[in-house]
Design a protein around this ligand. Structure first.
Ligand SMILES: CC(C)(COP(=O)(O)OP(=O)(O)OC[C@H]1O[C@@H](n2cnc3c(N)ncnc32)[C@H](O)[C@@H]1OP(=O)(O)O)[C@@H](O)C(=O)NCCC(=O)NCCS
Length: 150
């Protein structure tokens, strides 16, 4: 696992398109290129062009009052590599990075229907802190999950 490089974005966008109904565009990933928690996990079983990445996580730091809060903004593993522990490693990598940057808490949004992601977040210490109505472009609500760091 390592910080993203611009050259990874083609592979990242390909995974995003295969894992989300409303995928982020390339320009959104470019916006986060310097975010502290934009990490990629190289795919140990593929060096094909555009397939070099197994998954990625995008996390940024926000200031809330006098404290720093990490925000997990995106997390995905390519379908062929899901269920092998990569998502958990990426999430823990991002949380460790946020912690090292002084974040005392982390937050994220998840679709109530995304049982796999919710299970991962629950077992990583996240708990439901609220609900954001019609958060997603298709009108679905989001659950707001938070956990403390440090
Ligand atoms: C959610 C996602 C990132 C998880 O990554 P992953 O590499 O598949 O998950 P892991 O193998 O690390 O498993 C982590 C946990 O997720 C849950 N999980 C994984 N696969 C699961 C499945 N098929 N059914 C139910 N829970 C599952 C389990 O809680 C698992 O922990 P365990 O292995 O200790 O039981 C991945 O499935 C994905 O990219 N999904 C599509 C995009 C997405 O929904 N992103 C999250 C947006 S909020």
């Amino acid at each position: 696992m390592r910080p993203v490089e611009r050259a990874d974005l083609y592979a990242v966008v390909r995974i995003e398109a295969r894992t989300f109904e409303e995928p982020w565009r390339l320009s959104t990933f470019e916006h986060y290129l310097d975010a502290p928690g934009f990490l990629v996990l190289e795919d140990p079983e593929s060096d094909a062009v555009g397939e070099s990445i197994a998954g990625y996580v995008v996390a940024s730091l926000m200031r809330v009052g006098g404290t720093r809060v990490g925000h997990i903004k995106d997390l995905a593993v390519k379908p062929a590599r899901q269920g092998a522990g990569f998502g958990r490693r990426l999430l823990q990598g991002a949380l460790g990075t946020l912690e090292s940057q002084g974040a005392t808490a982390a937050r994220l949004e998840v679709r109530p229907s995304n049982e796999v992601a919710r299970s991962l977040y629950r077992s990583t210490g996240f708990a439901v802190a609220g609900r954001k109505e019609q958060y997603y472009p298709n009108g679905e609500d989001a659950l707001l999950l938070t956990r403390e760091l440090g």
